[in-house]
Design a protein around this ligand. Structure first.
Ligand code: PGA
Length: 259
């Protein structure tokens, strides 16, 4: 399994999103095997992007949701509203929301529970800051984030849970984490998930890396069996970069196919 998630953040408007969605889908053309592609446009572009993506294998993700299904929550968006727009995935706990808007692990937990209760797939983001890594606290920080965010979570039926390991210092920095550090952290996260969900079948959970993934380094991450995919920010709105990332994922999948 290889998953490529495009997080367009607040970087594109509606018209640009439509063009980018079309171009992103073209990157899948002519391939024998393709990665799972999840496109996460800004909220304002969701319904237009849905029209573009409708008859493709790509899925649409939102960049956030609120933890109540309905009610007086000015400016918020619920999972029910997102489902109406054909949104199947949702990014939760992105570090930009944690640092810029004060989103806490408790809020993240409520959002994960809400998403799963409506059969949406959470893309739960975790990761340490530079200071925490330098202080040797990276694992402890990620463990706490996961323990709180996944409190009370049960994975019923065909529910899926995607974890994006995104070290805060590597996001938008132009410099990714090292492959070795990523593998080590993914193993650690996998062991935590195995403890929390001992009966989960293979494929129900996936661990992705995010943080300055680009056309040049994507293959190095994606070829690792510990890395189920990548969450791409800046390079996902640069179509030439994004094409290379999708090609890297497809190449890895093709190499894994039995003769
Ligand atoms: P980046 O962002 O690829 O621009 O580092 C990743 C993310 O924020 O999800």
């Amino acid at each position: 399994m290889k998953i490529v998630i495009a997080n367009w953040k607040m970087n594109v408007g509606v018209r640009e999103s439509v063009a980018l969605a079309r171009a992103s889908l073209l990157t899948l053309r002519g391939r024998k095997v393709i990665p799972e592609l999840v496109i996460c446009p800004p909220f304002v572009a969701l319904s237009e992007v849905r029209k573009v993506v409708a008859r493709s294998s790509a899925a649409i993700g939102a960049q956030n949701l609120f933890w109540e299904p309905t009610g007086s929550h000015t400016g918020e968006t619920s999972s029910r509203q997102l489902l109406e727009l054909g949104v199947s995935h949702v990014i939760i706990g992105h570090s930009e929301r944690r640092t810029q808007l004060g989103e806490t692990d408790e809020m993240v937990n409520k959002k994960v529970l809400q998403a799963l209760s409506e059969q949406m797939t959470p893309i739960l983001c975790v990761g340490e800051s530079k200071g925490e890594r330098e202080a040797g606290e990276a694992r402890a920080v990620v463990e706490t984030q996961l323990a709180t965010a996944l409190r009370g979570v049960r994975l019923h039926g065909n529910a899926r849970l995607l974890i994006a390991y995104e070290p805060v210092w590597a996001i938008g920095a132009g410099e990714s984490a090292s492959v070795g550090d990523v593998i080590e952290m993914h193993r650690f996260i996998r062991s935590i998930l195995a403890n929390l969900f001992p009966d989960a079948p293979a494929g129900q959970m996936a661990i992705l890396y995010g943080g300055s993934v680009d056309g040049e380094n994507a293959y190095r991450f994606l070829r690792e069996s510990e890395v189920d995919g990548v969450l791409v920010g800046g390079a996902s709105v640069k179509i030439n970069q994004f094409k290379e990332i999708v090609e890297a994922a497809a190449e890895v999948l093709e190499a894994q196919r039995p003769e």
